[in-house]
Design a protein around this ligand. Structure first.
Ligand code: GLN
Length: 483
């Protein structure tokens, strides 16, 4: 049962081949058996899952239908889940039970999904390796000595290991696309504002966006359908109708203009990944696409700009964790200042503290103009580069990451080396554009992803291209040995 995609599960449930309860029990047993190797879950929600599965079966028996009705999923542990621990991968929130459901969680529950649990993640979604979690690192099912990517590494490892068909994730600088690339999944970061951020614990509010992680573009379309839409509770949510994403999958690629930025093929890119990117370009050309070289001249400034803006916003967002209102509180505080200092010093891990310090520094009176304001100007230039490129092409294609998944611990002593791995993903967040990573081959037995970027609200176009590619390639069907 565990090999089925969301689309196959939907057909099986509709044809009464099995019930959601049977499927849920089978997957919970599989998680209990295999997850100890991966550490992809922070919390399991067996009771909730079984009651949701029974309710979904009852709804079907009453004549209701829907691709998500009875579908088992999991949520990244930064989506608030009412009455259930929502830790954000942090000791700070280890004891935090959210008092309400995030909009994404509520929408998916209403569509009939079954929540198996909450997935592991980098602390407060800061990282590219899923090593900064208070609950320990997540292992990559393709090679247990390697990282699964981050920050949505738990969602990615669980889906890649066939513990469940799909999961929610979030992407501030690549945290959906990069773990998708590292674990042979398809992951979509929607346009900023397409998916509600209400009840998603904030990292960098102007960059954060929730989206689906699954094995295929077809499944991403199904899950995104349940997540997307206007939410009056999120002032940056956009009031645009949600198209039928599954209907967009089958368009022809004849004449589709694909831009390949020349800056992507610089010295930092593993030449074996460059070759796989070229192979994917050839495969899409065969389907009728037309390839054009383009330029994104400000790309080189994106990492420094992102690593000023994201920490600046984080330093503000995380100020609410003060030992008074949420989460961890130190023992026997001597006075209020001691309470703040020790609660935050003990509750936050090293990477989170580093980001808070960088962010507070960049925002301080003497340095605001030099760092934060300059970074915002670069952000506009990065966006302008994309706007110019999309006057000439319909899609931009390139590698998702410069290297395949590295070994656990390999970058722990050098945070900047880890930041540099985000070079291809962060520009979409700075510009607010939608991006998708899809499986495109292997290097040393480790998966490699190709990234597609599209103009605002063209998620359907990304899913269309990825689906047509997947109809003509079989990378996405490969399964890690032992799972
Ligand atoms: N690696 C990036 C960071 O640490 C992106 C993380 C994310 O998208 N949540 O900020």
């Amino acid at each position: 049962m565990h090999h089925m995609t969301l689309a196959e599960i939907a057909r099986g449930l509709a044809d009464k081949k099995f019930s959601s309860e049977e499927l849920t029990k089978a997957l919970l047993a599989r998680i209990a058996q295999l997850d100890p190797q991966l550490n992809s879950f922070i919390s399991l929600t067996e009771e909730l899952a079984l009651s949701q599965a029974k309710a979904a079966d009852a709804r079907r028996a009453n004549g209701e239908s829907g691709a998500l009705l009875g579908a088992p999923i999991a949520h990244k542990d930064l989506f608030c889940t009412q009455g259930i621990r929502t830790s954000c991968g942090s000791k700070m929130l280890d004891n935090f039970k959210a008092p309400y459901d995030a909009t994404v969680v509520a929408k998916l529950a209403a569509a009939g999904t079954v929540t198996l649990g909450k997935t592991n993640m980098d602390e407060f979604a800061m990282g590219s390796a899923n090593e900064s979690s208070h609950y320990g690192p997540v292992k990559n099912p393709w090679n247990l000595e390697h990282v699964p990517g981050g920050s949505s590494g738990g969602s990615a490892a669980a889906v890649a290991a066939r513990l469940l068909p799909a999961a929610t994730a979030t992407d501030t600088g690549g945290s959906i696309r990069q773990p998708a690339a590292f674990t042979n999944l398809t992951g979509l970061k929607p346009t900023y504002g397409r998916v509600s951020r209400w009840g998603m614990i904030a990292y960098a509010s102007s960059l954060d966006q929730g989206g689906p992680l699954a094995r295929t573009a077809e499944d991403c379309a199904i899950l995104l359908q349940g997540m997307a839409g206007f939410d009056p509770n999120d002032s940056t949510s956009i009031d645009e109708p949600v198209p039928d994403y599954s209907a967009s999958l089958n368009g022809s690629l004849q004449g589709l203009r694909i831009g390949v930025p020349k800056e992507y093929f610089s010295a930092g890119l593993d030449p074996r990944i460059a070759e796989l990117v070229h192979n994917s370009v050839k495969a899409l050309e065969k389907l009728g696409a037309v390839i054009k070289e383009i330029s994104l001249p400000n790309m080189q400034h994106a990492i420094p700009a992102y690593y000023v803006i994201a920490p600046a916003e984080a330093s503000s967002n995380l100020s609410r964790f003060d030992g008074v209102r949420f989460g961890y509180r130190c023992e026997n505080p001597e006075n209020l200042v001691d309470l703040y200092k020790r609660s935050r010093g003990e509750g936050f891990g090293a990477e989170v503290q580093r980001r808070i310090m960088v962010g507070a520094y960049a925002l301080s009176a003497g340095y605001y103009d030099a760092y934060y304001l300059k970074a915002q100007k670069i952000r506009r230039l990065v966006k302008n580069d994309f706007m110019a490129a999309f006057n000439e092409v319909d899609i931009i294609l390139g590698p998702t990451t410069p290297n395949p998944a590295w070994k656990l611990g390999a970058k722990n002593s050098d945070p900047v080396a880890e930041y540099l791995e985000d070079v291809y993903t962060i520009t979409a967040n700075l510009a607010g554009l939608p991006g998708l990573s899809m499986p495109a081959g292997f290097v040393d037995g480790l998966p490699v992803g190709v990234q597609l970027l599209a103009p605002y609200f063209q998620e359907g176009r990304l899913l269309n291209v990825a689906h047509q590619y997947q109809l003509n390639t079989d990378w996405h069907t490969r399964t890690p040995t032992g799972f």
